[in-house]
Design a protein around this ligand. Sequence first.
Ligand code: SF4
Length: 385
Amino acid sequence: MGVPGPVPVTRRALYARYPFLPGAELALGGLSPTSQELVSSPVHALARSLGRERVLWALRPPGAAPPPEEAPAADEVSRVLSFQYAALLVSLLPGSVPARRWARSEALSLEATLNDPSTGAEEVAWVAAGLGEEASPERGPRGEEVWPVPLVRYLALAPQVKDRSYRLVHQPLHRGSMALPRDRFARLLGERLTETLTDRLPLALDGELKEALLSREDAFLQEARARAPAREGPAGGPVDAGRFPPCMSALQEGLARGEHVGHLGRFALASFLHKVGMGPDGIVDAFRGAPDFKEEVTRYQVEQIRRHDGGEGYTPPECATMITAGLCRREKDNSRGRLCADPALLKHPLNYYRRRRREGREASPAAGKEAGGAPARSAGPGTPP
Ligand code: SF4
């Protein structure tokens, strides 16, 4: 079964459902405003209001009430523009957390639309093509709708999905493709959208536009900041390598000396550095000393780790796994109270870092100082400020 013909809804209505697709702005024709007009003109008040709701809904606390009903009833132009306005708003917020949450929220909404029984297979194929994932529905052995996804694309998108049933080993492989039911295909498209949006953000805002947004959106910004603090990683603030657990310090030092570090050790270090708030450049730099270092490959692998689960990233292995793999270096622990000494009390390298950060703050309230006033040790070149 191929794509049999034109999509049976108007072009603009279609883009109102999928405003992130290339061509959405063109579909507005002469109704497409400049960014400055979108921010300032009274004509676009509804689009701005819907845009604020898009972002605040994405940043909602767990268990919050369902999203407002207003959006589906709004006119098509306002719905397309609300997406563009939301992208501007997210770009004003500090840190990467708001952008990631918003991207994931848009992806969840996309998945719900694609799984809706009223959404035809032709429309799903059109959206997939717009996201760069060409596919045509076929019939499975029982006549059901299935979506063939080439193995190489499955391997690129599925690792981001937390659900273990998406692992390659559980998928039927037929002539180099996976035949997925619609809900699974929609899930992969959701991952594709998350990746696309997080790549695009933050948008570059020129001075005048930023000024206009800041003066108009003061109340929104306060609420958004309260819902999603900019800090990343469990401890916040600059990464403090002086408080890393001995296992992670040993991995870093081994790589810097040009020693070979196995797959689990590399994964543990990269995911640990991500979780404590280090940016991608800093993580890649940590691997530069490896004997087989290839920047492009390392960057790709670091991105896979960072983007897992809608941008939350993988969690490093717990102490028990590190011990089994021979990566624990508890004998080198010289922290106050020997945190690594008691396996009943310390189960995870991230907890070591959190506790030592907390101790540091209690000992010296001055940010960036170790107890006694010495400057905190830097995580090394490439570490984000
Ligand atoms: S006890 Fe845990 S945190 Fe400490 S060195 Fe071993 S694996 Fe790392």
